[in-house]
Design a binder for this molecule. Structure first.
Ligand code: GDP
Length: 478
């Protein structure tokens, strides 16, 4: 364990020249950019009259959230629901229909905020819906260690039946051990054949109630609103079975479901509180960032003072922009929050350095020549439609061999965002845009962090470039 002299001075809030002088008095001739070992650093820290705080993974665990709730402290909480299914089967329409019909604020014509999740009321119970349909979000959250979904609504269009992404969604729900409810949508369509959906699902080991199984199925129409009540009832029932509970009377923990840098408001994150209650003024650490809650804004755009379990809330007061899937923990002091955030950022940086941070294809190839260990070509992919994204991911899977392979860290639909750049930077990956561009903030961040963005409109060109890079790695290996 070593620390740079400059860094040590910063942490102690001492002048770096003073620290260098002290080191010289101890017989060590170093400059501010050189590193010193831990024992020397500790001597210096004592010399300056500071307390030594060694931060390690274990310390972080200690500071955060280790109290186990006793059963009597646990209170029922709202279920958190993710909608998944094949493209065009009506996921977005269904989420919109539910929101419009049942927003908690209930104000007619009131402007509902899109903060990434919303709550509706069902016979006095609250249900929390994640507003980003599809399994890309679900998976990327899960890959960052945040499991926030209690129930998956599998949307299948009654005039279409089971499709590739339906099957993927089933796989994801099963992998995460999350119960499903099947919403057979577009029941208003003349060509609707809900029975075909049920039979199709049998082949994928989803046996719905109507087929004497245990998975609830509800016929709905996002367009006419038919069946929405029954769907919400089915969710409430499933939720009851799950006996979801949390302790509202403790320091909050939660997961980031969306985050961005807002021009006016600074870094903003939508957090889904999972346990405890988040309050104004709370000090927290979230991934590599930390902050103090300056404002909490609900899904209906109201400023609130507290947010309990299963509540989605926009949090202001962050020192930087976290990533979707980052876990938020309230801690006691600002010093702890900063320490943990810095420790994590440093650990991530060390890891990247160890991997030989490379964010352009050329760098990756250059590094490969210098470093025999690199055998993975990480990339991040954004495309205009799911079909293209899938086709590219499949093509990527075919590139390389046992020694070198392309790893698609994340693939998604839509413009390249700051979050994508963050993920790419963290993993030393270039970003490929297929028929999509980067938004302004993403472009700026990419410039700052040296993340390469490549644009393509022909799949063949993209695949060709990646192949070239991969074979560069291959030849470097030999
Ligand atoms: P997503 O890709 O799964 O989010 O699907 P969308 O919500 O964008 O819906 C795809 C198309 O199906 C849109 O044109 C919707 O208007 C239409 N649609 C969605 N739900 C229904 C429904 O219940 N009935 C009918 N007739 N059309 C629907």
């Amino acid at each position: 364990d070593a620390i740079m002299v400059q860094e040590l001075a910063n942490r102690m809030a001492e002048r770096v020249s003073d620290v260098v002088k002290s080191l010289m008095q101890m017989g060590m001739m170093v400059t501010q950019n050189q590193t010193i070992d831990q024992d020397t650093a500790e001597l210096i820290v004592e010399e300056f009259g500071h307390k030594i705080v060694r931060v390690s993974d274990a310390d972080v665990e200690d500071v955060i959230d280790q109290v186990v709730d006793s059963p009597e402290d646990l209170k029922p909480r709202a279920p958190i629901i993710t909608v998944m299914g094949h493209v065009d089967h009506g996921k977005t329409s269904l989420l919109d229909a539910i929101r419009n019909a049942r927003v908690v604020s209930g104000e007619a014509g009131g402007i509902t905020q899109h903060i990434g999740a919303y709550q509706v009321e069902q016979n006095g119970d609250l249900l929390t819906f994640l507003d980003t349909p599809g399994h890309a979000a679900f998976t990327s959250m899960r890959s960052r260690g945040a499991q926030v979904t209690d129930i998956v609504i599998l949307v299948v269009a009654a005039d279409d039946a089971v499709m590739p992404q339906t099957i993927e969604a089933i796989a994801h729900a099963k992998a995460a051990n999350v119960p499903m409810i099947v919403a057979i949508n577009k029941i208003d369509r003349p060509a609707a054949d809900p029975q075909k959906v049920r039979t199709d699902l049998l082949q994928h080991e989803v046996i719905v109630e109507q087929m004497s199984g245990e998975v609830q199925d509800v016929e709905v129409s996002a367009t006419t609103g038919q069946g929405l009540d029954q769907l919400l009832e089915a969710i409430a029932l499933q939720s009851e079975i799950l006996e979801l509970k949390a302790n509202p009377n403790r320091a909050a923990s939660g997961a980031v479901i969306e985050a961005q840098l807002d021009v006016g408001r600074g870094p903003v994150a939508t957090v889904l509180v999972q346990n405890g209650t988040l309050k104004l003024g709370d000090i927290f650490v979230v991934g590599e960032q930390w902050g103090k809650v300056r404002a909490l804004i609900s899904d209906s755009g109201e400023r609130i003072k507290t947010a309990g379990p299963s509540t989605p809330v926009e949090v202001l007061g962050l020192n930087g922009t976290p990533e979707a899937g980052d876990v938020l923990n309230v801690v006691e002091t600002e010093a702890q929050a900063r320490e943990i955030a810095e420790y994590r950022a440093q650990a991530a940086k060390d890891k990247r350095a160890a991997l030989g941070a490379a964010t352009t294809l050329e760098q990756l190839m250059a590094n490969a020549k210098a470093n025999e260990d690199i055998s993975e070509l990480p990339i991040l992919l954004k495309a205009d439609v799911q079909g293209s994204a899938e086709a590219i991911v499949q093509a990527m899977a075919k590139i390389g061999n046992d020694e070198v392979r392309v790893r698609v860290l994340h693939s998604g639909v839509g413009a390249i965002t700051e979050t994508d750049i963050g993920l790419a930077e963290a993993s030393g990956a270039p970003v490929f845009g297929f028929n999509v561009r980067a938004n302004t903030s993403a472009r700026n961040t990419a410039n700052q962090k040296g993340v390469e963005i490549r644009y393509y409109s022909v799949i063949y060109d993209l695949v060709d470039d990646v192949k070239a890079a991969a074979s560069g790695l291959l030849s470097a290996e030999i």
